[in-house]
Design a protein around this ligand. Sequence first.
Ligand code: SAH
Length: 411
Amino acid sequence: MFYGTIRESKTKEECTMKLLTVKDTFAGKLKKGFPLIEKDALSGSSAHLTEGDLFDVTSEKGEFIGKGYYGLQNKGVGWVLSRARDERIDGRFFLDKLKKAAEARAHLFKASDTTAFRLFNGEGDGIGGVTIDFYDGYLLIQWYSKGIYAYKDSLIEAIDGLELSYKAIYEKKRFDTAGQYVEDDDFVKGERGDFPVIVQENGIQYAVDLNDGAMTGIFLDQRHVRKAIRDKYANGRRVLNTFSYTGAFSVAAALGGAEKTTSVDVANRSLAKTIEQFSANGIDYEAHDIKVMDVFKYFGYAEKKGLAFDLIILDPPSFARTKKRTFSAAKDYKNLLKETIAITAKNGIIVASTNSSAFNMKKFKGFIEAAFKETNESYDILEEYTLPEDFKTIPAFKEGNYLKVVFLRKK
Ligand code: SAH
């Protein structure tokens, strides 16, 4: 049995006494299950709260809504953790949530050809502001506020209470003022990994490093999309992978029988990282093109050369700044598509992907429609993806399902 306690500086009495009052206009939404306490929802000041404080959320009328913690993150000031008045937010609470999350991933723990996936997905699994990924026995915790980071010891104690043997725990602190990664040694406990370690995803090998900056080498939320590319779309095709990072999509396409892949990313290190991913799968990287280049510059080059592709993957960051320009998915996706359409062969496939939570699927499809209209081309939609099942989301928090991927065919 596990009877862990919350280890923090404040006593429980001090914590549970605190109140956070939300405007009545927001109370209804929170009561329906919306878990994030937005800055705008606050009625009055939250100056009495510090990061990590637990509080009762009430409406201006004084109705009890739930219990939560204070943690500054993007547009939010904290997350509701429970709607039960007598629930204790303690080690037991953490362990229960983790256990449920692990049970829901039983199929992934059992899978022989997939060893990397998300074990715990923040509010989708009942605790907003923190995620845990599993990379072949290595765990990666990502903290999105100083508030949730105050519970580090409790969460790790809860992980240790799971029937899960792991090699080591690493972490990413993503809570500087802009929600960015805080550079650090990310090792927490266990036996340090000898990185890169190779994980598997539907039989594809990926090299990952959990202690090398903000990213690990693979974005686990695209698992089903990579499989679809390998199994259904790549065979015999000339593939262009833009914003290719470590070339994860290129590897999937190459394994799926692509005639050739071209990976384009502006980051210098993407070259070595992409070679590493190809090599991890025994693919001769020299048979593929890997270009360190601004994607927009590449479009110009490809058009001038009259290049055409049969499968183009577009998965830009939500926001990026290079020396020459700033890219924002919300503003620039349509133009990105127009440039893409120009170098897509007839009947070619475009995989349009975005992880921007600034717009929803409907709006995203609006960008696609506008881009085709403005280029006088037509298309049909073949299939769509959102987050995979291990990136669990809840219906009351649609913005948590940020991933939108549309496979379309240029007619
Ligand atoms: N599609 C990738 C993940 C992309 S991460 C995958 O699924 O693995 C975003 C990448 O975009 C980063 O590697 C960054 O270097 C690159 N990037 C940002 N702006 C760019 C630009 N203008 N041209 C090319 N690459 C860019």
